[in-house]
Design a protein around this ligand. Structure first.
Ligand SMILES: [Zn+2]
Length: 220
């Protein structure tokens, strides 16, 4: 089964995609993770990607398409995969349609107001840990629990940057939903709830947690 997870930044789609993949033995494909891997390992691709990421720009479609195409051809994707962060726009969807068939699509709905609240409260530490002013505050204000260093807000988490990313999501990603709606494989879940509750909704709409339902299909 091949699944796409859509949702604005702050909707927790990465966490949900990983949970689905882990619990159902599917490959987890996050374009963000692949970008970070190449940057960290200083590959040719990584150096190319870094040019865009460091100035806060989106990685161009041709480059992203190439990376996803290569990833989907890996052996672990044969059983199925969960896509996170792709496709982001019409061009990417067109490429995806030529290399894989998508069976289910989940959209995690979240208001802009809530997304901004969640993202602008994020704090990071040099050691790699992250915190949140409301949901996961450090024990001592502004200081990392683990290493004692001063916490900071990432540039791309400031309200203006968050609003810009949300606008791109509304303009370029949301129009893709119609394509999947027409194929009757699009499911919406409420992203305002807690992680576990959102996950339960996803399992239910995918029909993955219902043994009875499977039995019914076999009998009919
Ligand atoms: Zn730290």
């Amino acid at each position: 089964m091949n699944i796409i997870i859509f949702g604005p930044q702050g909707s927790g789609k990465g966490t949900q995609a990983e949970l689905i993949a882990r619990n159902h033995g599917l490959a987890y494909i996050s374009t963000g993770d692949i970008f970070r891997y190449h940057i960290k390992n200083k590959t040719d691709l990584g150096q190319e990607i870094e040019k865009y990421v460091t100035v806060g720009q989106l990685v161009p479609d041709e480059l992203t398409n190439e990376i996803v195409k290569d990833r989907i051809r890996q052996p672990d994707c044969v059983v199925g995969f969960v896509l996170d962060g792709y496709p982001r726009n019409k061009l990417q969807l067109e490429l995806l349609n030529t290399i894989a068939e998508i069976n289910q699509v989940i959209v995690i709905k979240l208001s802009d107001e809530e997304a901004i609240k969640r993202l602008s409260g994020r704090l990071a530490c040099k050691c790699g840990l992250s915190y949140h002013l409301i949901f996961n505050p450090p024990k001592k204000e502004g200081i990392c629990n683990h290493c004692g260093e001063k916490l900071f807000r990432r540039d791309d988490d400031n309200p203006q940057a968050v609003e810009k990313r949300l606008a791109i999501y509304h303009q370029e990603t949301e129009p893709l939903f119609d394509f999947f709606k027409q194929k009757r494989i699009l499911h919406e879940v409420d992203g305002h709830l807690a992680i576990e509750a959102v996950y339960q909704q996803i399992e239910t709409v995918l029909g993955l947690n219902s043994k009875n339902e499977t039995g019914l299909h076999q009998n009919s």
